[in-house]
Design a protein around this ligand. Structure first.
Ligand SMILES: *[C@@H]1O[C@H](CO)[C@@H](O)[C@H](O)[C@H]1NC(C)=O
Ligand SMILES: *[C@@H]1O[C@H](CO)[C@@H](O)[C@H](O)[C@H]1NC(C)=O
Ligand SMILES: *[C@@H]1O[C@H](CO)[C@@H](O)[C@H](O)[C@H]1NC(C)=O
Ligand SMILES: *[C@@H]1O[C@H](CO)[C@@H](O)[C@H](O)[C@H]1NC(C)=O
Ligand SMILES: *[C@@H]1O[C@H](CO)[C@@H](O)[C@H](O)[C@H]1NC(C)=O
Length: 368
């Protein structure tokens, strides 16, 4: 008989497998309500958002989230990403560059502004995600040097973010096809990563092509915001969309954040406010924007999060007060007691102007 010729170990193993599968079936069918499946009851701060599709939620994003500092023309945020996330930012946008074979987050070029490696940055993201298990977070990577997604995959794997990343069932999803926040949280895949160019579903499915899933309004706006499709590679009526709501001013002909208008730019209502662009978009597109990218998000005292909360039909009630704008002329971190001298401050600002002049002279300059 064939069965007797099985090695003993294999028979034992098969018996074990059979028993385990019986007990598994028993378990599943005996009490389906007691399955050990995690059910999130709060998602991104609200019980009401658990049953909502990811594609039906409005998130606030930090434009150039890694570019942190004051008195520097190359920075777009006052606070580091941990503070951004604690305050409610749920999309981190970044510009990735190849710096001597290592992926760094730089502004325009790593010789102008280098915020360090993607690996260090993603380690902070991982720490925050681990500490906040009921939050869904998106990343938007600007792949400045057209690196292959496998290069990013290596970094995601090294910090353990590959296993918590969501891989869609196909390279592009309709807005209505996205899973609910509850599903993303329950299945432990709470990180949704988009990349503008070079994404490849067949090689790294969790690095999702941006423009076949999301269209964008214009960026580097220096006048007023509209809601026209500016960049897209999808059927815009059925895909998600992102509004670039940061106002620039020209310094030596180059767009840089208009600091003097920030409170109004980020406001709930009024001329050129986030609320105004939001309303315009709803009237033109018939639905809310999915992502709203802003600079120096804390200007307006939480107004950007209020716009999102209203859009989502929830109340904006931060557990702790959000960060306050750092005075222009202070240092990036308020932890050290010594304040910088006026001379060092103006040096910081003028040195970034110097970089602008230098690069304008080279004729190869573009801030965004
Ligand atoms: C981030 O900023 C907060 C203050 O907003 C500070 O407490 C924290 O140490 C900073 N984290 C890092 C890694 O610098
Ligand atoms: C990254 O840059 C280095 C030179 O600094 C180059 O040798 C390498 O080929 C680049 N990597 C990719 C993937 O483009
Ligand atoms: C996108 O916006 C930029 C201004 O930011 C404009 O120059 C460009 O023509 C726009 N492109 C399209 C396709 O609308
Ligand atoms: C923005 O508003 C804050 C709080 O009201 C205020 O302290 C700050 O001076 C304002 N900044 C600008 C540039 O208007
Ligand atoms: C979510 O669905 C509601 C109801 O259809 C709609 O009003 C809203 O615009 C949607 N939000 C997004 C971000 O699609």
């Amino acid at each position: 008989m064939l069965a007797f010729s099985f090695p003993r170990a294999r028979v034992a193993l098969s018996a074990f497998a059979l028993l385990s599968s019986f007990s598994f079936i028993d378990f599943v069918y005996a009490s389906p309500t007691e399955l050990p499946v995690r059910r999130a009851t709060t998602c991104n701060g609200s019980p009401d958002l658990c049953d909502r599709s990811f594609g039906n939620v409005t998130f606030v994003g930090a434009h150039d989230s890694y570019a942190v500092g004051v008195n520097n023309l190359f920075t777009n945020q006052d606070y580091n990403i941990t503070q951004q996330l604690n305050d409610g930012i749920r999309m981190l946008q970044m510009q990735a560059h190849n710096s001597s074979g290592v992926i760094h987050l730089c502004h325009t070029s790593c010789s102008y502004y280098d915020a360090g490696t993607l690996e260090t940055y993603l380690t902070t993201v991982k720490t925050w995600l681990d500490a906040n298990p009921n939050e869904v977070l998106s990343l938007l990577i600007v792949n400045s040097d057209d690196l292959a997604p496998t290069n990013y995959d290596t970094v995601f794997k090294s910090v353990g973010l590959d296993t918590v990343s969501y891989s869609p069932s196909s390279a592009s999803l309709l807005e209505s096809d996205w899973p609910t926040l509850g599903t993303l949280i329950d299945s432990g895949t709470r990180l949704v990563t988009f990349m503008d160019y070079e994404a490849d579903f067949t090689s790294v499915p969790y690095i999702i092509d941006e423009f076949t899933n999301i269209w964008e309004t214009a960026y580097d706006v220096t006048t007023s915001f509209d809601c026209s499709v500016n960049r897209s590679n999808s059927v815009t009526s059925t895909s998600m969309y992102l509004i670039n709501h940061f106002l620039d001013t020209l310094v030596l002909g180059q767009p840089t954040p208009d600091m003097s208008e920030l409170n109004q730019t980020n406001a709930v209502s009024g001329t050129n406010s986030l609320g105004e662009q939001f309303d315009l978009c709803v009237s033109q597109q018939g639905r809310n924007p999915n992502f709203m990218l802003v600079d120096f998000y804390e200007y307006g005292g939480g107004s950007v999060f209020e716009v999102a909360a209203t859009a989502n039909g929830v109340t904006y009630a931060p557990a702790t007060p959000i960060a306050t704008p750092l005075p222009q002329g202070s240092t990036t971190t308020s932890s050290s007691g010594s304040s910088p001298t006026a001379a060092s401050l103006s040096f910081s600002w003028w040195s970034s102007v110097g970089v602008v002049i230098f690069s304008a002279a080279l004729g190869a300059f573009y801030i965004f």
